[in-house]
Design a protein. Sequence first.
Length: 161
Amino acid sequence: MNEDYLWDRSGEPDPEIQQLEEILGTLRYQPKPLRLARHSAARKMSTEGGRRYLAPLAIAATVAVAMLAGGLWLLLPRQEASIPSVALVTPATPIPTTSQPPPASYSPQKRKPVMIRHNNEEAVAAKQQLMFALRLASEKLNAAYRRTQAPTQIKNQHRAG
């Protein structure tokens, strides 16, 4: 087999190569001239008219949905986290039985406001206990995490260099 024939067809062809070229010759690329239909230009003009307004319409719809969502977000009531300073407590009075008339001062509908006073020393002590518990839990979690991880370096290994 002459390799020059494979590269630039200058050598003597091999009969097997010629046979393969004949078999595969029908599948070879055959350039064709570009043919445009006469009515394709008219069809293109009619579809572009509908597409011309598609992008601005999509932008307008997006802005409208965003404004609607923002308006709803502003109108929804918000809950603010705060410590109540006054609590309504129903006084603890015995429930009247049918045999005795209720006392004159008993009124189940009324609630008296009761002031809750925070003891500052107790609050500081509770905060310190909470912080200690959180630190302790964090240390325990870190220790457990370190135990479950595979070692990244072999112990007693010296650096090279």
